[in-house]
Design a protein around this ligand. Structure first.
Ligand code: 5GP
Ligand code: ZN
Length: 110
């Protein structure tokens, strides 16, 4: 998507503090962190949100979940993080490119 902020980061047109990258996925630090560790994990391919994933994307969906665990381990927060995706404006989604927030380093409410 030409004017998608996260697609621009994928294409290198906007800077980002990248912490993890594979052929299909990218993780970078959130520009406005809500926790000491706040990373956004995205597929490089543009999906607006989780509901756009299809059965054909099963491998990518699995890779995203495993990558979240790998990113957490790489950042030293394995077993101590929250993983969130906002699906749609009603849920608070602001950037319309599928992303998971990986949050850690503070006490979260149960
Ligand atoms: P959403 O509300 O869509 O789930 O979350 C979007 C997140 O993207 C927000 O936490 C916001 O701070 C982050 N964000 C928005 N624009 C940029 C950007 O250009 N770079 C980075 N690193 N994060 C961004
Ligand atoms: Zn995009």
């Amino acid at each position: 998507m030409d004017d998608c902020v996260f697609c621009k980061i994928v294409r290198g047109e906007l800077p980002a503090d990248v912490v993890y990258e594979t052929a299909d996925l990218l993780a970078f630090r959130d520009i406005n962190p809500q926790a000491p560790t706040h990373v956004l994990l995205i597929p490089k391919k543009h999906f607006t949100f989780l509901d756009e994933l299809q059965r054909d994307d099963l491998k990518l969906a699995g890779e995203l979940l495993l990558a979240a665990s790998e990113v957490a381990a790489k950042l030293g927060v394995a077993g101590a993080y929250k993983l969130v995706t906002n699906c749609g404006e009603a849920a608070g989604q602001v950037v319309p490119h599928l992303h998971f927030h990986l949050l850690a380093g503070k006490k979260f409410a149960p």
